[in-house]
Write a protein that binds this ligand. Structure first.
Ligand code: IMP
Length: 411
């Protein structure tokens, strides 16, 4: 496929990193289009776990990677992440390009993100909202400023003081910024030119979303969202790629639902089953370590996310986490004041008032960990997947049976 977009259909943490890492084997360029260090994309290759926050997940496949203009980037954080990769730094530097129109994220943004409003939302505290506020408020700093480090240092210092901080606390950061700017500025590119050139010359473009559909600033469960467009439109604006060049969309869905931070979780399990899934699925934030709020699969949300994103095929992740359950519930509708809703409500008060209507399905009660062949799946696991496919009306292409790259069934 000339271009493939991989994005999440829930509240993030669906397992996008693993699928991007897999698909990157055939890519000529892997590009992130939004978000920043709030993301945590986990990959397990030959038993070694790597988490990326800013770098596209294609980096472990040794593929050229682009940080798109829609991202907000802490240059010091990016350089540190590059140094921490299992791939030697010169190789990482040879792979990575950064849009000169991406926005920079500074300690001032993180300082503001430590405030009361952020705590109420339950943000990751990485400065994401304040950095996008600077951008939209036309007070932001473009990545191209890395080319003018003296001016940049002054900007960072001033922004920190305006945010109420003491600039003398920044000495260490500013020293690192000078080094990071020298290393990163040769990587700056015109990203719109790059992605279009790869596409127009027949290259395979892999486009990596971060967070999930229901955290989208426009379509998500506002205000309990992140500050970027995680949905399909973000891929166009965050890279400079026109919609006709988005050929194929893979929607990533965890076999159950998790959410981190505040905001309603319609199918949340606050009982022993929830604890079991959290432990078995290791549902702890890869960026913040926070325990994720675990619940049943919510197909009302998934179906609407498919609509918004024009999803072609699904990847169902972590099916093995459900292995030990006697019964599995799936939400197929919401009930509000006695009426049944099959479509995710755009009115947040209605969403707040809604209760899930569940379809119970029998558990398969046997081990699916590491399976790579659809024929090996127990019939009741297949029935669970068939139920999802029939309900949402699009095919499942990938089924993940473990964190490792190879622990995957390709249908
Ligand atoms: P922010 O993106 O740090 O501003 O956080 C806003 C909301 O999005 C909070 O509820 C976070 O927990 C959530 N969030 C941000 N990034 C991720 C992610 O990568 N996975 C899951 N939730 C996320």
């Amino acid at each position: 496929m000339p271009s493939t977009v991989v994005l999440g259909l829930q509240w993030g943490d669906e397992g996008k990193g693993k699928i991007v890492d897999m698909l990157a084997a055939d890519a000529d360029l892997v590009a992130r289009y939004q978000g920043g260090q709030n993301a945590g994309h986990t990959m397990v290759v030959e038993g070694v776990k790597t988490v990326t926050h800013l770098l596209p997940s294609g980096v472990l496949q040794g593929k050229p990677c682009l940080l798109g203009n829609g991202m907000v980037i802490d240059p010091v954080g990016l350089y540190e992440e590059m140094q921490g990769m299992p791939v030697p730094l010169p190789e990482v530097l040879a792979l990575v390009k950064i849009s000169d129109r991406a926005h920079l994220l500074f300690p001032s943004h993180k300082l503001i993100d430590g405030g009361a409003q952020s705590k109420e939302i339950g943000t990751t505290g990485k400065g994401i909202g304040p950095a996008y506020e600077s951008k939209v408020g036309r007070r932001g700093t473009l990545a191209q400023s890395l080319r003018h480090v003296d001016k940049l240092v002054e900007t960072v210092r001033l922004a920190y003081e305006v945010a109420g901080g003491d600039a003398s606390d920044l000495t260490d950061y500013l020293d690192k910024l000078v080094i990071a700017a020298a290393v990163l500025s040769p990587l700056l590119v015109d990203s719109a030119a790059l992605v279009n050139e790869v596409y127009d010359t027949g290259g395979d473009l892999l486009i990596e979303g971060a967070q999930g559909t229901w955290l989208d600033i426009d379509h998500g469960t506002y205000p309990y969202v992140t500050s970027s467009n995680t949905t399909i439109g973000g891929a166009c604006t965050g890279l400079g790629l026109p919609p006709q060049k988005l050929d194929y969309v893979v929607g990533i869905v965890k076999a159950y639902t998790t959410r981190v931070g505040a905001g309603k979780h319609a199918t949340e399990l606050l009982d022993a089953t929830g604890d079991h899934l959290r432990e078995r699925g290791n549902e702890y934030g890869s960026t913040t370590g926070r325990p994720r709020r675990v619940g049943w699969l919510d197909l009302v949300a998934v179906k609407q996310a498919i609509l918004i994103n024009g999803v072609d095929e699904l990847a169902i992740m972590k099916i093995d986490v459900l292995d030990e359950l006697d019964e599995i519930l799936v939400a197929t509708a919401y009930e509000v004041d006695g009426a049944e809703l099959v479509r995710f409500p755009s009115d947040q008060d209605v969403f707040e008032a809604s209760k899930p209507v569940y379809q119970p399905l029998p558990g398969w009660k046997c081990n699916t960990i590491g399976m790579t062949n659809i024929d090996d799946l127990p019939p009741l696991a297949k029935a669970y997947l068939d139920f999802i496919e029939t309900h949402v009306g699009i095919p499942i292409r990938f089924i993940s049976t473990g964190p490792g790259r190879e622990e995957t069934i390709v249908v």
